[in-house]
Design a protein around this ligand. Structure first.
Ligand code: KIV
Length: 271
């Protein structure tokens, strides 16, 4: 999508972008500072992902993340974004029990944060939840392929949808969530030709992460994209070395404090 139009990305712009063949851009954000920067950079969609568990809260998986953990960051991101379509994840344990639980969690998320949509993982098994939430007027983004909340069942981060049968099941899941009302779907760690096939058969946009170039858009976890950590997944290109730049700034600050050169005359008050 063009980085300056529309003024505010809304749900119908996602479908229109797909129809026009304009690629959608999405990054995770967990606070107001990064949300403002990404929004000003023209990123179309910001995801307050449960990846906050691994990236910010020091967990090894997303499983411990709670709704209470996600509400303050979601509120901060939604408050800071002027243009981007802000999506909040529903964390593990907050929607699987059925449509009632999923709707209650989504309503709370919408009321307390100001995000534009919720996202959660799964295909046919959560179609009833997607239908109930959509019927209540809340846009839902789906998430298929590698779904981190099921990492114990899937045997860790592994490509999903390899082989004819698995690819067929993935396509069926994608169609099921589209029919249930999903407005877009994230495809994570899916072979590029399978993601291309899903993109072709759906009329809602696919947002890929480790799913090749034929998706309608791409999403990355921002700390991977910006090079904040020593390690990042193979599919996550580092578009900067912000971690190294931040470390250099912190070292320069510490050197000047220790050397007595900061604060100088420009950074203190006269009597
Ligand atoms: O939580 C998250 O950051 C996600 C992305 C990996 C799509 O779901």
């Amino acid at each position: 999508m063009t980085p300056t139009t529309p003024k505010r990305v809304r749900v119908h712009h996602l479908r229109e972008a797909k129809e026009r063949g304009e690629r959608l851009t999405m990054l995770t954000a967990y606070d107001a500072v990064t949300a403002r920067i990404f929004d000003e950079a023209g990123i179309d969609m910001l995801l307050v992902g449960d990846s906050i568990g691994n990236t910010m809260h020091g967990h090894t998986t997303t499983l411990p993340v709670t709704v209470d953990d996600l509400i303050p960051p979601a509120r901060a991101v939604a408050g800071a974004a002027r243009r981007a379509f802000v999506v909040a994840d529903l964390p593990f344990g907050s929607y699987e029990a059925g449509p009632e639980q999923a709707l209650a969690t989504s309503v709370r998320m919408m009321k307390e944060t100001g995000v534009a949509a919720v996202k959660f993982e799964g295909g046919k098994r959560v179609a009833a939840q997607i239908r109930a939430i959509t019927d209540a007027g809340i846009p839902v983004v789906g998430h298929l392929g590698y779904t981190p909340q099921s990492e114990n069942l899937l045997g860790g981060p592994r490509v999903q949808g390899r082989g004819d049968l698995a690819a067929e099941l993935l396509c069926e899941d994608a169609v099921a969530i589209q029919e249930a009302g999903a407005v877009a779907v994230v495809l994570e760690m899916v072979p590029a030709p399978v993601a291309a096939r899903v993109t072709e058969i759906l009329h809602i946009p696919t947002i890929g992460i480790g799913a090749g170039t034929q998706c309608d858009g791409q999403v990355l976890v921002w700390v991977d994209m910006a090079g904040m950590t020593d390690w990042s997944p193979r599919f996550a290109k580092r578009f900067g070395e912000v971690g190294a730049a931040l470390k250099a700034a912190a070292s320069a600050y510490a050197d000047e404090v220790r050397g007595g050169t900061f604060p100088d005359a420009d950074h203190q008050f006269d009597a």
